[in-house]
Structure formats: structure tokens, C-alpha cells
Design a protein around this ligand. Structure first.
Ligand code: SF4
Length: 568
């Protein structure tokens, strides 16, 4: 997309940095730039920007294939290792045995293990048996049988050696999968409705639009140097099953009274330390124009996004500063070169969109949503999932934005057999509330930013709550995070847990959590209340959650939801 020559949204020439009031001399004092390219700030203002300018990070693949994989970990350039590798889905994992919260003083090489986390994009696509088998065998052959389903519908491996990366890419690409731009300041993996094209309730199937965006723009150097990450979500399902409120750009199915089904455009959502819900533009975009609109939004971010401070380099800050009207004006006038069609935003969902259980498809077959515990599966499970899909004549599986998966295209007479086969490998179609509604990020086991352990802690919490509240009659979501970065969406759970060091009863600093209560998406999109007094040690977590849930069950009025009770 070729934008018109860059000017500020207010119309200042691009080459003239904006100024603030007069300085001591009486002359206008140049305003410290935010590093917005469109305002003429092309010189890198921090090491990340310098690294991207020095060499397009996509180029690192050739060095991995030709040099690093042959010469080993010690041959890897530091700028590639801790920067450009991310554009190919690779992060070094945390050295085992390092305490949380005490790693700030360490040099990067003291923190880095010689193994990698590797993320594979799924982009909401349907994975048939061949893809599932490839995903499984890579884990068992190269990743010590690790595989997590992330809440961005990726498969994430650990223990990957640099020597094996080219072979892994070959195996993935042979079945149409890739790791390109799975991380880094790039268009990350897309979230797509897990039931796109099959759900009888769907407003519109957005699959073709996601495929088109991927085909045109992933790996396109025009969009591989963004201010920071750029998260995309698209759904035509009325449950809005891809957490659209907390993505940088979301397309959400809506119906125009004259034009029919299309998508509303939401921008500027995100969590972490400055959480913001996406702003709804209230427009109607037809399916075949979604890719153009996506390109316009990412171009605004690339050109006007703040690059000086990493902490402000997300689209949400620009949307907050401009407001939604100015954002739309710039989008239409400078990038799309046409006006968008006004339309009511879609109605608020009336049900959650995790798709767990057995559901009819519009073609008379069924889909089956199943829950591993906190997204943790393995290569063995992926391979057995492929076996089960094949044995029961299903089409394949999609991952969900809730660390779960859905098997699609199951004939009626195969449903019971498939459900039993999945149950056998730990994928339950009838999970407890706790297993169904709990997510956890990577945490201290592998993540260098983590302060606390998450995956196992959350799995233990699930097991204990299943024992204490076996018959819970209303969903309560629990999101466990290892640090303030909120990769498992701290602020939008009924019980959101942010990892930090807390004091135990003896005054010792120990692993624990700051609690956020009453957050949610969809039905009640809001951030949980951060109650300063609600800090809990990791060992005290089971009892803390038990007390909160018991109080809710005692005090709720008929039909009252957890978030409403918290807000009283
Ligand atoms: Fe790592 Fe923090 Fe993200 Fe968890 S929330 S995966 S600890 S960065």
C-alpha cells in the first residue's frame, strides 16, 4: 500500500518534527520525538530500532541455515540471538535453576540457555492428520516431547537446538506450516475462529480473509519492521471467540441491514502493564476488503507508531492519543483512499466461545472441543490426536485462543468413539469448570522474564479445585501469569493472577501473585479489579481461590455471575 506523502494527522509537514512551547531563548523548543517514521524520525532511537535498521531480521534465516546450525550455539551473533531470531519464532529459553525476580542483575548470557523455545504459527487454520503428525514428530524428535498450545493458537516447543532448526523448518514447510514472524516486531500469528466455516451460528466465515492476509503480508519486508508486535484476530462467530478486545487489530463479524454479513473493525487493544480494550470503529467491511483494511491499519502502526520507548510502542498508545475518530480519518484518507461504510458494531455475545463439548455443524456433522490442562500437551499427544482424527474420519483440528483444541468434521456415528479416544490421551470433551476455564503462560520453567512458576502451579490448582468444588454450576475463569506481561491475559479473567515476589507470614520474599478480580471478555469485557491487599503466596493459592469462590457461592443472588458479584 502506498500512503500519500506523510504528514502529521494534524497536517504538519512530515520533515519537521513537532515543537513544544518556547524555550529560554524564546525559540520553539524541539519536541522530543516518539520515533514516528511518518513525522520524519527515521534515525533509530534505541538498540532495537538500530538492530532492525542494520539488517532486516527476516535475513537471519540464511545465517541460521548456513552458519549457526553448522557451527553451533557459540557461533551465534548476540544481536541475532537476542533480537532477529524472534522473527523466525525462536527465543532462547531460561537457564534452569535461576530464581524468579533475582535475574535483573544478570548479564544476558547468564540468563540464556543454549536451547530455544520455538513457536509455530497456526493462524486459525485447520490442521489435518499430516500436519498434526509433523507437529508431533518434531516435538518427540527435537523437543524432548514438549508442546504447549498457546492462547494465540500457536504450538510452542522447548529444548530446541540450533543444529536442528533447518530440519524442523523443512518438516514444517513440507506440510504447509511455518515459524516466520511468529515473534518479533512483526505481524504475529493471527487468531481465527476455531469453528469458522462449520458453525451453524456463524455470521460470516472469515477464513479466506486470513489466508489472503497471510499470503500477501507474512514475510513481506514492507511489514517486518514494526514499532513492536502486532496482533491480529478475526472471527465471524457471535461468541467472538478470539479475544478481539485485546488485539491490536480485530475483525468481528457483523451484519449490515442492506449489505449483509461483513466485519466491524476494532483497533488498539492490548494488556501487559497498560491494559486497554480495543476501540470499535463501527464500520462494515466486506470479506474481500478485509486484507486491504488490515494492510491500512498495520501501515498506520508502522508509520505513526511510537518507536522511541518500547513500553509505548504498541498501537494502543497511538489510538489512545489520537482517539478513534482521528484514527479512522487517517486510515481512510491516507491509506485506504476511501470512506468506510458505517454500521452498528455486533451485539455483545451471550455465551463464551471456548467451543468445549460436542456441537452440530451446519453440514450435519459435528465438532468436538476438548481441554488439555492449561494448554500443555506433548508430541506424543499430537501424534495420537492425528491417529484419532484419522481413525474416526474427522477432518482435522484447530487450536483455540483459550489453550484448547477443537476436532472438526466428525460424522455422527463417530462422535462417541472419537470422544473416548481423545479422553484416553488427556483431551476431555467434558472437563470440569476448572480445567475448562484455566489458562497459564509459560512461566519460570522456560521464560526469561518470569518471576514465578505457572504451568505446573496452575495444573495443581486445577486438580485441587476439582476436589474442593467438583460440581461448580457457573464458569469461573482463572488466568495464571508469571510476570506483568500478561501473556495469559491477567486482567480479563474472573481471577487473574500476576506473578511477583510477595512476603510470606515470616516476612520472606517468596513466589506469589497479585490478584485481579472480576475481569472478562465478550459478555462483560472489563479489567479485573486489582486489589492491593489481595496478594497471595504461590503455596497459599489453593486456599485463597477457595475462599474467594466460597464467598461468591454464598453471597451470589440467583443467576449472578462472578464478575457482577465482584463489582457490587
Ligand atoms: Fe513469560 Fe511473563 Fe509472558 Fe509469562 S507473562 S510467558 S512469565 S513474559
Amino acid at each position: 500500500m502506498t500512503p500519500t506523502p506523510a504528514t502529521t494527522p494534524a497536517g504538519s509537514p512530515a520533515s519537521t518534527p513537532a515543537s513544544t512551547g518556547p524555550g529560554r531563548s524564546g525559540r520553539p523548543r524541539p519536541k522530543r520525538g516518539e520515533g514516528q517514521w511518518a513525522l520524519g524520525y527515521r534515525e533509530p532511537l534505541n538498540p532495537n530500532e538500530q538492530s532492525k535498521k542494520d539488517d532486516n531480521p527476516l535475513n537471519v534465516r540464511a545465517r541460521i541455515e548456513n552458519i549457526y546450525s553448522k557451527r553451533g550455539f557459540s557461533s551465534i551473533d548476540g544481536g541475532d540471538l537476542r533480537g532477529r531470531f524472534r522473527w523466525w519464532g525462536l527465543y532462547t529459553q531460561r537457564k534452569p535453576g535461576l530464581d524468579g525476580g533475582k535475574t535483573g542483575a544478570l548479564e544476558p548470557e547468564e540468563l540464556d540457555d543454549e536451547y530455544f523455545m520455538l513457536r509455530v504459527r497456526s493462524d486459525g487454520a485447520l490442521h489435518g492428520p499430516a500436519q498434526l503428525r509433523a507437529l508431533g514428530s518434531i516435538s518427540t524428535d527435537f523437543g524432548r516431547d514438549t508442546a504447549d498450545i498457546t492462547d494465540r493458537q500457536n504450538i510452542q516447543y522447548h529444548w530446541i537446538r540450533i543444529e536442528d532448526v533447518p530440519t524442523i523448518w523443512q518438516r514444517l514447510e513440507a506440510v504447509g506450516l511455518e515459524t516466520q514472524e511468529a515473534c518479533g516486531d512483526s505481524p504475529r500469528a493471527f487468531l481465527g475462529s476455531p469453528v469458522a466455516g462449520v458453525s451453524a451460528e456463524e455470521t460470516i466465515d472469515g477464513t479466506a480473509a486470513l489466508e489472503e492476509i497471510k499470503r500477501r503480508y507474512i514475510g513481506n519486508p514492507e511489514y517486518s519492521n514494526l514499532p513492536r508486535k502486532f496482533k491480529t484476530a478475526l472471527t465471524g462467530h457471535p461468541s467472538q471467540d478470539v479475544a478481539p478486545e485485546v488485539n491490536d487489530v480485530s475483525f468481528v463479524g457483523t451484519t449490515h441491514p442492506e449489505h449483509g454479513p461483513g466485519f466491524d473493525l476494532w483497533v488498539g487493544g492490548g494488556l501487559s502493564t497498560n491494559p486497554m480494550l480495543a476501540k470499535k470503529l463501527g464500520v462494515w467491511i466486506p470479506l474481500d476488503e478485509v486484507a486491504d483494511a488490515w494492510e491500512a491499519v498495520i501501515s498506520v502502526f508502522r508509520d505513526y507508531g511510537y518507536r522511541r520507548l518500547r513500553s509505548r510502542a504498541r498501537l494502543k498508545f497511538l489510538v489512545q492519543d489520537w482517539g478513534v475518530e482521528k484514527f479512522r480519518q487517517v486510515l481512510e484518507e491516507k491509506y485506504l483512499h476511501r470512506a468506510l461504510v458505517d454500521c452498528d458494531s455486533p451485539p455483545v455475545p451471550t455465551a463464551t466461545g471456548d467451543h468445549i463439548g460436542v456441537h452440530p455443524q451446519k453440514d450435519g456433522r459435528f465438532y468436538v472441543g476438548v481441554a488439555p490442562t492449561v494448554g500443555r500437551i506433548s508430541g506424543t499427544v499430537l501424534t495420537r490426536l492425528a491417529d484419532a482424527v484419522e481413525a474416526h474420519g474427522a477432518e482435522g483440528a484447530r487450536f483455540t485462543a483459550y489453550q484448547k483444541l477443537v476436532v472438526l468434521g466428525v460424522a455422527e456415528d463417530q462422535v462417541a468413539g472419537l470422544v473416548a479416544a481423545l479422553e484416553e490421551i488427556g483431551l476431555s470433551a467434558t472437563p470440569s469448570n476448572w480445567r475448562r476455564s484455566t489458562m497459564a503462560c509459560t512461566g519460570i520453567e522456560f521464560c526469561k522474564l518470569a518471576i514465578v512458576e505457572t504451568k505446573q502451579r496452575a495444573a495443581d490448582l486445577v486438580a485441587e479445585l476439582e476436589r474442593r468444588f467438583p460440581e461448580l454450576d457457573t464458569p469461573i475463569t482463572v488466568n495464571v501469569n508469571g510476570c506483568p506481561n500478561a501473556c495469559a491475559r491477567t486482567q480479563v479473567a474472573d481471577i487473574g493472577l500476576k506473578g511477583q515476589l510477595v512476603l510470606d507470614a515470616d516476612g520472606n520474599q517468596v513466589e506469589g501473585f497479585q490478584v485481579h478480580l472480576g475481569g472478562g471478555l465478550g459478555l462483560e469485557p472489563q479489567f479485573g479489579k486489582k486489589l492491593r491487599a489481595h496478594k497471595v503466596t504461590s503455596t497459599g493459592l489453593d486456599d485463597y481461590v477457595t475462599n474467594v469462590v466460597s464467598a461468591f457461592l454464598e453471597q451470589r443472588t440467583e443467576g449472578e455471575r462472578f464478575a457482577t458479584w465482584v463489582g457490587r
